[in-house]
Design a protein around this ligand. Structure first.
Ligand SMILES: Nc1ncnc2c1ncn2[C@@H]1O[C@H](COP(=O)(O)OP(=O)(O)OP(=O)(O)O)[C@@H](O)[C@H]1O
Ligand SMILES: [Mg+2]
Length: 239
């Protein structure tokens, strides 16, 4: 089943065309990467897929249903984490998760909150206020919140940017397991090429709002006669 199907998406901000005629699909259980230089249009693309901003042209289908017409239904099966989204600073970690669990109208909210706390080793931080957390700890709360509703599609905008190498490695392992075992589809942006090589089945390169290359890390390295994805990135970004 096709989880994400974006067709000919266009988004303009005044004179800037942030995304131009973008086509993208993500399959069930697929971990897809969206790469590209700063300002390429990655976050704009994710925000359109999440219904946070409206495309100027094109269409978006999630789980085979048009987002604009089945918004509540499809978005209830999606979740999102990004380091630039702030959760309420005065709330304690557990309060944040409880609030989102209720917002999502989960059937067994307390049970699910306990599960994600366990998954992200947040137990010792449960009573801490959000504003008293380090950026890496905040990232783990963001990811825990994003998994509360057991989404079929997880959209992650630079999820591991604030994590130390050990925490990053553990989170990558956890997310990869989630995709493999639960069939969760993911669309991830990252500037960490090793992370993308390790996690993503398929990579879409954006440059100037357009997809300029797509394939697995191996395919892309072959096509661009590059040692690794980092070299592919430099070749693509520098045209
Ligand atoms: N709300 C906005 N108003 C005006 N311009 C915007 C807005 N959001 C994004 N843009 C512009 O659209 C383009 C794409 O931005 P976007 O945030 O999608 O890039 P990105 O690929 O996520 O970059 P980064 O790697 O730095 O996160 C940029 O030129 C940016 O300045
Ligand atoms: Mg961005």
């Amino acid at each position: 089943m096709t989880i994400v199907r974006a067709s000919q998406l266009v988004k303009r901000f005044g004179p800037v065309t942030a995304v131009h005629e973008l086509n993208l699909t993500v399959g069930e259980g697929e971990v897809a990467g969206l790469l590209g230089p700063n300002g390429a249009g990655k976050s704009t693309t994710l925000h359109m897929l999440l219904g946070l901003i409206t495309p100027d042209a094109g269409s978006i289908e999630l789980f085979g249903k048009e987002l604009s017409r089945h918004r509540t239904e499809v978005l209830s099966q999606v979740n999102f984490a990004a380091s630039y989204v702030d959760l309420p600073g005065v709330l304690r970690v557990r309060e944040v998760l409880d609030a989102f669990a209720r917002l999502y109208a989960l059937r067994r909210p307390a049970h699910r909150v306990a599960e994600v706390i366990e998954l992200f080793e947040l137990g010792p931080l449960g009573r801490r206020q959000m504003m008293a957390l380090s950026s890496g700890q905040r990232t783990r709360v963001q990811l825990a919140k994003a998994l509360l509703n057991a989404p079929r599609l997880l959209v992650l905008d630079e999820p591991t940017a604030n994590l130390d190498p050990d925490a990053g490695d553990r989170i990558r392992g956890l997310l990869s397991r989630l995709a493999a075992e639960n069939g969760t589809s993911m669309l991830i942006t990252s500037h960490n090429m090793r992370e993308v090589e390790r996690m993503c089945d398929r990579i879409h390169f954006l440059s100037g709002g357009r997809i300029v290359a797509a394939g697995s890390a191996k395919e892309l390295a072959g096509r661009y006669e590059a040692e690794d994805l980092e070299e592919v990135f430099l070749k693509v970004a520098r045209g």
